[in-house]
Design a protein around this ligand. Sequence first.
Ligand SMILES: [Zn+2]
Ligand SMILES: [Zn+2]
Length: 479
Amino acid sequence: MMSEFSDEQCDKGDGSDVVNQSELLTEGCSAESINPRASAMKEDLAFIRECITPAAVITVSKEYVTLVIIRTQYSRVQFHVGYTEAYPFELPTLELSSPTLPIPLLQNKQKECLENARPLLGQSMMKALYEPIHKFIHTNMFIPCWKEMKQISTLCENKGKIGADEKEGVVLLKLNCCKYKHTVKLKVPYNYPEDGVKVEFSNSNFPEDIQYMFQSQVDEIVRRCAAGATVEQAMQVSNPIKFAEIASKSVTPTPRLTTNNLLSLKHDVGVLKQISDLRVATTSGSKAKYVTQVNAERREARRDLRKLAREESAADQEAQKAILEEEQNEMKDLIKGKASETAQPSLYAAAHFLVEDFACRLPLELCQACKKPVLPELPESEKPPDSAPSTSKTRAARANLKPMRTFCGHWLHFQCLNEWLTTPPFVRMCPVCARRIWHPDWPEDHKQLEKAWQANEARKREMCDVSDFMGMGEKFSAK
Ligand SMILES: [Zn+2]
Ligand SMILES: [Zn+2]
């Protein structure tokens, strides 16, 4: 481990202030009784050696210690402690830096760490300085989306309540608009933003088909962000109404090879071996033969056991070493690794879409044709049970008033949109944004719609002719 520290120092090529760690250690030992500074620094060093993977140690010197605390590329902080002349009778300097965290937050955390170490004045402080920030990086799932969380709280002002669970990485938005309410659960996954945020709806009184539509749209926005589209791009292409249902991928996690399950695996192998040994022993013939065989087997087994024990302990050490090495390599990869160049954050994009385009907008949205609200004033679930008995007539009326979102993102009732798209002039522009009114449930080719309309008109005329004829006939017979 010592050599690895010096390797790191050589790699860094730092100047004269970086000393060999063993020098530091010997100096500490010899002067321990009279030099509290060396003694505290020796203890600091012992903490680093014991608790921090060498790959995460950048520099250790008489003047300063630099470490990396990392969970993912987006949850990492550089931890830099500068020893003052008066250490440990004075707090050292602490500097935290991070590519993803805002400076005021880092400054707050610096203060928190220093305050945590203050009661230890006169003693080693490294552990007390390190632990609060280490815990923060490893338990707060919002670290990769700190700025987005701030944006969301601004977004939801006067629109509802926000709840957040930093350990679970869950943001709960309880949104209200007119008589409508809707709760959105946004879960920030471990590998955010490479993995997009997970969106779940609950406690909503919006019509179910509308909820379904927005659920597919928000899932699509998240997918696009994670695939590299910016928030603006992801939103721009979010208007088409229909999406293929995304097959839910069930991912079975691969078990991680840890010391513990490696040892239990070894235990299982041992038990299996004993069982097979026993089988060999019980298949032999006469008692005497059996006894001698048992004795011989016992001797052999003891010999085997000793041999096995030697091998085992060697193998154990090998295994431990291999595991340590693997951990080291993982850590090195993580530290040297780069943040994804493609993945874009999806948390704010999802929240923005659901607040601004759905839950807090739809109840206020007017039908572009009849200029009445696209949603009924009272949600279906809020209506008194006896007010609207469900008959085929009321169901048809509801279907006619179903809100439809057109390609441009504006809304019309089903019957209003149907009339616009199936009667002359067939091609209409949205009164708000002047884009062509279009919806995938109707043919895009207006000639097709025109033909259908003409056929319909012809049929109507025919019906009129027939009834005229019938009327005439009646008159005729009456005469
Ligand atoms: Zn309408
Ligand atoms: Zn429009």
